[in-house]
Design a protein around this ligand. Structure first.
Ligand code: FES
Length: 119
């Protein structure tokens, strides 16, 4: 789970059981396309759906050891930190996730900060 910032605005997204294990699914949350991933161990993480490299749909990527593999050029992004496997090259914005009463809630940052790097 990503760290929770006081600036995050949490939104109910979906029941946990509609997220397929080991796969991603895209949602529009507060006007932002976000990819949610449900790891086989039970954790859920959320990243922006658009790959910072050339906009590939990360929700369609595979999960590999907690990393999202972009379906377009196979860059890998850590689901917790958003860091790319190519240091200093790029990162994807991550969003906080909580699960309460079986409902997945995602925190969309309200502070205007953007952790996206340069693709
Ligand atoms: S668009 Fe994702 S790695 Fe190129």
């Amino acid at each position: 789970m990503s760290s929770i910032s006081p600036a995050d605005c949490f939104v109910d997204v979906c029941p946990l059981d509609v997220l397929p294990l080991g796969m991603g699914r895209a949602f529009v949350i507060e006007g932002r396309s976000v990819a949610l991933f449900h790891r086989r161990g039970g954790a859920v993480f959320a990243v922006d759906n658009a790959c910072p490299h050339k906009g590939g749909p990360l929700a369609e990527g595979m999960l590999a050891e907690g990393r999202v593999v972009c379906p377009m050029h196979a860059r890998r992004y850590d689901g917790i930190t958003g860091e790319c496997d190519q240091p200093g090259v790029c990162s994807v914005r991550v969003h906080s996730v909580t699960i309460a009463n079986g409902i997945v809630r995602v925190g969309i940052r309200g502070d205007g900060q953007d952790s996206e790097g340069v693709g």
